[in-house]
Design a protein around this ligand. Sequence first.
Ligand code: SF4
Length: 166
Amino acid sequence: MKGNYIYYFIICPRKLWFYHHKITMEHESDLVLIGKYIELFYKEKYKYQKKLIIEDISPDIMKRYRDFVLIYEIKKSSSFKEASLWQLKYYLYYLNRKGLNVKGKLIIPEESKEEYIELSKEDEKKIEEMVKNIKEILKSDKPPKVIKKQYCKYCSYRMICWSDEI
Ligand code: SF4
């Protein structure tokens, strides 16, 4: 399962369902484009040369050190910090199970924030629970119900969810 599924699940399960079913509208979002530019800048900064993909796992940057691998997740802002943290923790969880000694670092360049992330036993249980819930959502042939939230007005799917109100 892709790491951004965890991110979307926390932000909005309905958004996750759309994304999984290839109903994508994010190409229209300026925020997504800005995020991609920031990611490119950091890849250059850390001399990242090749996108490393392990099965479905494709973190922004993976840098190998002598005894461990450092996984970087780069976000434009801390608006969805919790979702970003869990996405990164999912990478740690997944790669740990592949036998890699991994550590995580969350970077929010606009706010000059960098934070090392570790995975606890409680985190592992929470991730397993999230993965179970995500699988249930994706199995359904209908998206979860619309739940109005502050984020909806910035969401690229708002035209689908709130067309009557626009
Ligand atoms: S507009 Fe709101 S309800 Fe619809 S997918 Fe986006 S966040 Fe979810």
